[in-house]
Design a protein around this ligand. Structure first.
Ligand code: PGA
Length: 256
């Protein structure tokens, strides 16, 4: 794991955007895994501003609510088109987001996994983290080997996502999410977390035991994971000085 601590969310996002931009320049037909939520909004803004060529890029989103129309203002379909896809030259047929309205959800989840495989696997997966350590919507105690499937949101997540829906009772209780096993197969993971509210989950994920109680902790088992944090999100890391030292002393060829 590489822990990159920056003074602000803006600075941490700039590092993450450079990592993705480098990948797209080196591999114009890259397969990106994308995330939604408050955290990546700035990242998508920065990526748009970089005027990259997305014409051959394929994307797979982590998750979607079950039962929301794709056109619903809070669907992740809407989020992705508003925040990124409508601003870049991506081909519509290269965009993949789980179908929360599929008639046969287990079948559509299996198809999603097949589509990821058929695309050659995910080169880089963007991740946020929940205050409970979830990645995608893999809530605590999710199987560390799980694949794309239906999940029931925890009460904590329902409460936190109520801010997008106006009230908690409007938040769908069920979602489709890539599994933790799916995320672990991405060739690179890039997790972003900002704000003091994420500090405990980040400390447990980075310095705690690998446990399904904090699903992000499984990233300790992944060979290439970068975690971009602002100072408040890094606030409970015991070895923050060590991570800063390592980042400041990277050889030039490793820098982004
Ligand atoms: P947030 O959500 O970016 O809205 O904080 C992150 C997550 O739940 O994964």
């Amino acid at each position: 794991m590489e822990i990159i601590i920056q003074p602000t969310a803006e600075a941490a996002t700039r590092v993450a955007a450079r990592i993705i931009a480098r990948l797209l320049r080196e591999k114009p037909d890259a397969v990106l895994g994308l995330a939604t939520g408050s955290t990546p909004v700035l990242l998508y803004h920065d990526l748009t501003a970089l005027k990259l060529d997305w014409s051959r890029v394929t994307t797979f989103n982590l998750d979607e609510y079950i039962g929301l129309d794709a056109a619903h203002p809070q669907s992740y379909h809407t989020f992705m088109w508003e925040n990124l896809f409508q601003h870049i030259n991506i081909a519509r047929e290269n965009v993949h987001i789980p179908d929360g309205n599929a008639k046969d959800i287990p079948k559509s989840c299996a198809k999603y996994e097949q589509q990821i495989k058929a695309a050659g696997g995910i080169d880089l997966q963007v991740l946020g983290i929940g205050t409970n350590g979830h990645i995608g919507f893999n809530e605590p105690t999710s199987s560390l080997a799980s694949r794309t499937r239906i999940k029931t949101l925890t009460q904590q997540t329902l409460k936190e996502n109520a801010r997008f829906f106006g009230s908690e009772d409007r938040v769908p209780h069920h979602v489709i999410t890539m599994g933790i096993g799916t995320i672990l197969e991405a060739r690179q993971n890039l997790l972003l977390a900002f704000g003091q509210g994420k500090a405990r989950a980040i400390a447990d994920a980075v310095e705690g035991p690998v446990s399904s109680l904090n699903p992000a902790s499984v990233l300790q088992m992944h060979p290439v994971t970068q975690i971009c944090l602002d100072e408040p999100a890094a606030g409970q890391l015991k070895r923050a000085d060590y991570y800063r030292w390592v980042y400041d002393n990277k050889p030039d060829w490793q820098r982004v």
